[in-house]
Design a protein around this ligand. Sequence first.
Ligand code: NDP
Ligand code: 8X3
Length: 252
Amino acid sequence: MKKIALITGATSGIGQATALKAAEAGFEIIITGRREDRLQQLAAEIRQKGSEVLSLCFDVRDAEAVKKAIENLDDKWKNIAVLVNNAGLAVGVSPLQEGILDDWERMIDTNVKGLLYVTRAVAPLMIQKNSGHIVNIASIAGKEVYPGGNVYCATKHAVDALSRAMRTDMLKHNIKVTNIAPGMVETEFSLVRYKGDAAAAKNVYKGMTPLTNEDIADTILFAITRPAHVCLNDIVIMPTAQANSRDVNREA
Ligand code: NDP
Ligand code: 8X3
């Protein structure tokens, strides 16, 4: 029987590449996001690969919508083996003292509360089966801070802490928890962070080679295909041209 992977934030970037690679690797996929048109397009691509797919359109910030979407799954789709908590975003680069409250709320509500709502709905299904794997997409911003990163970094530090907390709480239920902390990955991430300013987004990667969404998807696929007794707890993956949050070689 094929395993089922639920991937949040599958309409773009890391989530989209992960959904496609997981389908190629033989998983059946539940894809989620807010953009219905993109979900439909991705679902068609996954079906072409011969994999079954279900798409769920909801905002992870809406606790009731998350709960209903998971509760209403039929028994087949409730048999989730892998949850990839990927939906997330950065908004703005203001110093803390000039921060925009709405930006802060979007980041905290999505990256922390949204991840919690989805996990709260899915983890009991895994516990019933005494097996499962939760992959949290954190960030190098969950290990370090950098100028203007303030609240985004705080949310990703929270994800890092929640990965460790989940691993402890779910230990007796045989559930693996993998925290993945990427450095710079060129996706729609910077376009969202700079509120649609394509030039500012492009400039983030100027003169260096960032990671791609496929690099992170490959890493996730490696983590979720290890033998039952092996759990990769924490993976930091950086572009060769990035040593840490602040040091980037733009001259290679
Ligand atoms: P993208 O902007 O390309 O993708 C983000 C995804 O998250 C989209 O599918 C989006 O879907 C979804 N999403 C955002 N907000 C919500 C919401 N409220 N409800 C449901 N889905 C939502 O960025 P990435 O692929 O780069 O980002 C994926 C994850 O990786 C994020 O958690 C990010 O913080 C993390 N990350 C990214 C890095 C990078 O440099 N790119 C580095 C380290 C970590 P939709 O808009 O359709 O809802
Ligand atoms: C995204 C990577 O360095 O912009 O999480 O924070 S960074």
